[in-house]
Structures are given as C-alpha cells and as structure tokens.
Ligand binder design. Structure first.
Ligand SMILES: CC(C)(COP(=O)([O-])OP(=O)([O-])OC[C@H]1O[C@@H](n2cnc3c(N)ncnc32)[C@H](O)[C@@H]1OP(=O)([O-])[O-])[C@@H](O)C(=O)NCCC(=O)NCCSC(=O)C[C@@](C)(O)CC(=O)[O-]
Length: 302
C-alpha cells in the first residue's frame, strides 16, 4: 500500500506536554524549548494555552512565552482558546492559529471544559467567527475520539457528529485525539474513516497518546488511509489533567525516526529534536520518554 511522501508533524510538547507538569516550569525554560523546536524545523508548534489558570496553572505563563519566543517566518505558533476570553488573549499574544477543543464524549466535555458538547459548540461559534475576521488559522481538537476515561466506548457516530460541527464552524484543520491512548490500528482506521466521511482528509490530523504503547502503529494505520498530519511531543512529554493515568503524546523523536525510515519527508531534524528533548528532560530531572531519543543519546555517549 502506498504511503504519503510527506507529512506535517505538529509539535505539541510546549503545551500538551508541559501542561500536566506539577512543578512550575518557568517561562524562560518554555521559551528556550520553543526556540529549540523552531530551530529543529517544525512548521507548526503548539506553544500556549489561554485557559483558566485555576484549571491549568502550568499554562498561566502563556502570554510571557508567546512574547519571549523568537519567531521564524512561516512557522505557525498555536494557542488553545476555549472561549472568547482565551481568544482575545491569544490574539493579543500574536498566535498564528487558535485551537478550539471539544470532545466526542459528553462525560469528558463536562470534566475538561465544564459544559456539554452542544454548549461547547455554541461557545466556539464566536471564537471561530473572530478567528476568521482576524485572519487567524482555526483548528479544532476532538478529544476522546477513541475512548473516554469516564464513559468508556465512544460511538463512531459521536466522532462524526463533532467533526461535522467543527467543519461547520469553518475549521482549517481538525485533530482526532486519542486522549487516553487506547486505540489500536483497526480502531484507528475505523475512527479516521468516520472523520474522513465529514471532513477533507488533508485537514485531518492524528493526535495519539502512547499510554498503551500503540501510538506508532496507530500512526502507521492512519498513514495507510492517507492522513498526513500528526501531533507529537518532544521527549514524549505529557499526559492529560482530566484523564488519570494517561501518559504523554507519542514522542516526536520516535515519530521522526519512523518517518525517516519510511522515506517520508517531515522537514524536521531528528538530532536537533533529540537535543531539545535532552534539554527539557534535564530541566525536569528525569529521563525522557522517547526510546529513540534515549537510544541516540546513549549512542552519542559511546
Ligand atoms: C473552559 C473553561 C474556562 C470554563 O470554565 P468555567 O469555570 O465554566 O468558566 P467561566 O466562564 O464560568 O469562568 C470562571 C473563571 O474562569 C475565568 N476564565 C474563563 N475563561 C478563561 C480563559 N480563557 N482564560 C483565563 N481565565 C478564564 C473567568 O474569568 C472566571 O474567573 P473568576 O471570575 O472566577 O476569577 C475552563 O473549564 C477551562 O479553562 N478549562 C481548560 C481545560 C484544559 O485546558 N484542558 C486541557 C487542554 S485539552 C487537552 O489537553 C486535550 C487535547 C487538546 O490535547 C487533545 C487530547 O489529547 O484529547
């Protein structure tokens, strides 16, 4: 089966990765991380989240981070915006893309953003309109598309329904997220097919967490369908504050190694990402979660 020749890797470590860290990560460390990732060649970095600091204290420095990073022309720096308050902050901070985030499960929607799916869509409407008015890219994330920590199974119809609502809001890109990392390859293809039924395939992305060690094989399954956008997190940082036990996103180093081996172009320098992973892991005082990153560091050390 032929695979795409080129993919876009969206680096989400500075946001999805760090948001779950209990200890405060100072803005200057986040800035250095984003700068290193920019230098590594990513076209899109999720750098900030303008949510309530009571809900996600780690993201309270988002304004400082957006002000401090060295921006490379052409690179999109994204920010999460759950409502108009978040949108105004993202606009002021110079985000190139705003991300509205909903869920395919009612239970997760309530826990994560304190409202039902229907209420969330209503809340996103003015954000979507404002993004268009200001010429910002609009992305949507659909959490728990493969399973929910509170509700369990999530019907394919629910995924298709939320993807269609996000499409109707005018999204440029829609992320299909495995929040708790429970997907397996056939399930990945079934859920992605449900999304493909509602939105153009070149605007769909796979956002896989690696809780059960299935993320890479799920990415491969999505590649087989023709999906060309994937999210990953340097050093496998992350988890989800509203999904107990969920580990980080799939590690960027692991995804790059697989893409390089498949001859799929990413535009990202693996060695530079390994260095960025070593930098943030050293700050956090623990070994990074990327197997490829750790293997390359061990090889370098001789
Ligand atoms: C959505 C809300 C705000 C609703 O929270 P709420 O309590 O229902 O909101 P509210 O409108 O009633 O406001 C309550 C307070 O929050 C403040 N507030 C309200 N909005 C903002 C804002 N934008 N920025 C800063 N402050 C805000 C507001 O000013 C007020 O402050 P107070 O008067 O009490 O001092 C809240 O539930 C929230 O912030 N949730 C964030 C949850 C979150 O960030 N989760 C993690 C990101 S999603 C994710 O990681 C999944 C993803 C995307 O990676 C994909 C996947 O893997 O699944």
């Amino acid at each position: 089966m032929s695979l795409p020749s080129k993919v876009k890797i969206v680096e989400v470590g500075p946001r999805d990765g760090l948001q779950n860290e209990k200890e405060n990560v100072p803005a200057d460390v986040k800035i250095e991380l984003v700068n290193r990732l920019t230098a590594a060649g990513f076209a899109n970095i999720e750098a900030a989240s303008f949510v309530s600091p009571k809900w996600i204290p780690q993201m309270a420095t988002s304004r400082e981070v957006m002000a401090g990073i060295v921006r490379k022309p052409g690179v999109i720096y994204s920010a999460l915006t759950p409502n108009m308050q978040g949108f105004e902050a993202a606009l002021a901070a110079g985000a190139g893309e705003v991300v509205i985030f909903g869920a395919a499960s009612e239970a997760f929607s309530q826990r994560n953003i304190n409202c039902s799916i229907a209420e969330s869509i209503t809340r996103f409407e003015p954000v979507a309109k404002a993004a268009k008015e200001h010429g910002l890219r609009l992305r949507a994330s659909v959490s728990t598309a493969f399973g929910c920590p509170y509700q369990g199974e999530v019907p394919l119809e629910s995924v298709a329904y939320v993807v269609a609502r996000m499409r109707d809001l005018g999204c440029d890109e829609i992320d299909i997220a495995d929040t708790i990392g429970v997907a397996t390859p056939r399930k990945t293809q079934a859920v992605m097919q449900a999304a493909i039924g509602e939105f153009r395939i070149d605007g769909l992305s796979g956002h896989f967490h690696d809780t059960y060690g299935q993320a890479l094989v799920n990415i491969y399954a999505a590649l087989e369908l023709g999906i060309t956008i994937f999210h990953s997190s340097v050093a496998g940082l992350g988890g989800c504050p509203y999904a107990k036990g969920a580990t980080g996103n799939v590690a960027t180093e692991d995804v790059l190694y697989m893409m390089n081996g498949l001859g799929i172009e990413t535009g990202v320098d693996l060695d530079a990402v390994v260095d960025a992973g070593a930098f943030i892991s050293q700050f956090l005082g623990r070994k990074g979660a990327s197997r490829v990153g750790n293997a390359i560091l061990a090889k370098r050390a001789g």
